[in-house]
Design a protein around this ligand. Structure first.
Ligand code: NIG
Ligand code: FE
Length: 404
């Protein structure tokens, strides 16, 4: 750490590093150079060498600075909407029943296959900008509404393009094992062959996927089928994640753990031994209260058990047209408090440090620590718990990514 910083930001810091609640440093200073954090600490401890004649000083007063927010689970790229299904649920047709009747995910697949790439990209870009305007600096985007080689790759290419053209880091996930497409009805094994032999290798060859995901549920894929997809991912050197135990206990948490998954997501029906397996393998629990609320679920995920076993919990939007038409990560955090009894501090860790871990990026983003990327957000709040408290309307003062 020699030579001056390019910029120094002064304000209260919620570093989310271990130690004090929120890793808080009141009256702190954050020094930035070359897009990275150079130094973090109390402003009284700032060394003179850090502030050269060209160093820009940003005096943020009593504002709080947090790590850039990370939405670690989205299905951002899709066509159409499913409000009729939403309404139907309120009139008594369950999420699973709609799926079995050929609605659900497959209706979005039909709309997405038909849509022009430019239209898919424009719609996703709008949702992305909404998330970014609330302080998101890193986002995961899944495929899963193509379910054929060409469309799955098309969706991942759009995700990559969004990452190239917007000031946000995009991590892509191949979710070909999301539903059995119409041309494979009654032949789900053959579709798993298609994923394993063609779709996954093609995504890998074009470097389109940073991870591989699957939907383990009676309305989607069985545990042996997911295990085949995960084995193929492993053979291609790709980490895995899983939509696990959302609507029933399918042993998803334990399956994810046995493949050393980055995360297991949803987890409403996860049992105690599943939580233990996740703890042993360091699998992050990604909680998705938008989906819980929208499908009208009744059983919250086992948050007290995650706490007791020290399983890291993340919170994400799950933005998708069927189960979570949500484009506010802050609102997801508020819902996680209301519906899952997370504390505001758990929510902020869940949208920063733990979300980074769910993407395998915890050495890069998610905390305010020297060496990590200078991705952070300045908030007009008196306390960082306000990020989970307000139900809409909270806007950052500034959002900084790679120091800019
Ligand atoms: O995360 N659970 C499976 N996938 C999505 C829902 C997708 C859809 O209904 O279109 C989810 O909830
Ligand atoms: Fe999802």
């Amino acid at each position: 750490m020699t030579g001056p910083a390019e910029a120094i930001w002064l304000g209260h810091l919620a570093t989310m590093a271990a130690g004090a609640p929120y890793g808080a440093v009141r009256d702190g200073a954050l020094a930035v150079r070359d897009g990275r954090i150079l130094w973090v600490g109390p402003r009284a401890g700032l060394s003179r060498d850090l502030a050269g004649p060209a160093t820009r000083i940003h005096e943020m007063g009593k504002a709080w600075i947090t790590p850039g927010l990370i939405d670690c689970h989205t299905h951002l790229i899709f066509a159409g909407e499913r409000s009729a299904e939403f309404e139907g649920r309120l009139l008594g047709t369950s999420y699973e029943a709609a799926a079995r009747q050929g609605g659900g995910i497959l209706s979005t697949v039909a709309a997405t296959r038909k849509a022009a790439s430019a239209d898919l990209e424009a719609a996703a870009r709008g949702r992305l900008r909404t998330l970014m305007s609330e302080g998101v600096t890193t986002i995961e985007i899944k495929s899963g509404y193509g379910l054929d080689l060409e469309t799955e790759l098309r969706l991942l290419r759009i995700a990559r393009e969004l990452g190239r053209t917007e000031a946000v880091t995009v991590r892509t996930t191949l979710l070909a094992a999301h539903a059995v497409p119409p041309e494979f009805v009654g032949r789900s094994e053959a579709f798993v062959d298609e994923i394993v032999q063609r779709i996954l290798p093609a995504a890998k060859a074009e470097r389109l996927a940073d991870a591989v995901d699957g939907f383990l549920e009676p309305v989607a894929f069985s545990a042996p089928q997911i295990a085949r997809v995960f084995a193929a991912a492993g053979a291609h050197g790709l980490p895995v994640k899983l939509h696990a135990d959302q609507l029933s206990d399918g042993g998803g948490a334990a399956l994810a753990a046995s493949h050393r998954a980055l995360s297991a997501d949803h987890l409403e029906y996860t049992n105690e031994s599943g939580v233990r397996a996740m703890a042993e393998q360091g699998v992050v629990a990604v909680l998705l209260p938008g989906a819980y609320a929208t499908v009208g679920a009744r059983q919250p995920p086992p948050v007290p058990t995650f706490r007791a076993r020290h399983v890291r919990m993340a919170v994400a939007t799950d933005c998708n047209p069927g189960s979570s038409p949500l484009t506010s990560l802050l609102m997801a955090g508020n819902l996680a408090c209301a519906l899952f009894r997370l504390t505001p501090e758990e929510v902020l860790a869940g949208m920063t440090a733990h979300a980074a871990a769910a993407l395998g990026l915890d050495a890069e983003v998610g905390r305010l620590l020297p060496g990590l990327r200078a991705d952070f957000v300045v908030w007009p709040v008196d306390h960082p718990r306000e990020l989970a408290y307000w139900m809409g309307g909270l806007q950052p003062i500034t959002r900084v990514r790679h120091g800019r």
